[in-house]
Design a protein around this ligand. Sequence first.
Ligand code: SAM
Ligand code: SF4
Length: 327
Amino acid sequence: MSLMDNYGRAHDDLRISVTDRCNFRCFYCMPEEGMTFLPHDEILTYEEIVRVVRLTTELGFTSYHLTGGEPLLRRDLDELVRQMFEINPKMDLALTTNGVYLPEMAKRLYGAGLRRVNISLDSLDENKFLLMTRRNVFKQVMAGIEAAAEAGFSPIKINAVALKNLTEEELPRFARWSRETGYAVRFIEYMPLDADQSWQREKVLTAEEILEGLSSEGELELVNGHPSDPATRYRYKDGKGEVGVIASVTRPFCETCNRIRLTAEGEIRTCLFSTVEHNIKTLLRGGATDEAIKKWLADVVRTKTPGHLIGQKEFVQPDRTMSAIGG
Ligand code: SAM
Ligand code: SF4
């Protein structure tokens, strides 16, 4: 059984935000100051999240991501990982993190069964890292990446947001780094999910420009991936280094989208750019049966729109920032 929307897209991927809090203030994601966070009792408990995972697994979901905010700020995240694998030991589970707490947590997460980690790192230059994240913790993130590698995580994927007039010189730098270390680096086009609503199309370093910048280090060839993987992957022809682009703005992949999202306070979103949310917490805390929730989820998926409208005049930027949705 799978959850089908009205456009023939089957859904089997859930991104779960475990917290809206973060220890960074990346300028493209959060305001520098004045962010208000959810009170603890409004955030889904692990028990509630695990129930959603069980019900979606029964509906055919096989792929899950843990994200936030910064997911490693949530205490004992390895416990959630362990409980998720008890539901389906073969589940494809990944964590997206800014990496600062990986030195403490990498081994515990690996011990709980996690094998895939995506670490966000926008720049290999310490000063630019500070400018973009507004936190002076470059060395801790690098230590986090090393801790993940030592714990056994493989592949390690690095996510870098690409911005015009800011991160062009990161492209060859990251390419060389990927070729040396074997980490896969994926460049994400800047999306309109910032707190200041200062996104402009002109600030997007496009997939085309990214690939041009990466080509300076060698000839690239396409790697065949899963059709619903948002990243288009490439490797260097000499076999060393893997890079990728997530081109949500210039090459939207809505037609093959297979995911829905669960926010930290229990809203289901059918798209990153949804302006409508569906509250599952009321059902979870109101005594709804498993069958009722599964039917509700099937109805929610059918409300999904065909695609986001970034760059078109009908586009409305969501009120929430990326950190509050769960990227
Ligand atoms: N805090 C964790 C982290 O940074 O990896 C997980 C949450 S974060 C919201 C998930 C991803 O979204 C990160 O890779 C981040 O770079 C990306 N992101 C945030 N705001 C974005 C934006 N406006 N455009 C593109 N990517 C964005
Ligand atoms: Fe925090 Fe991740 Fe957003 Fe940066 S991108 S502010 S690390 S949630």
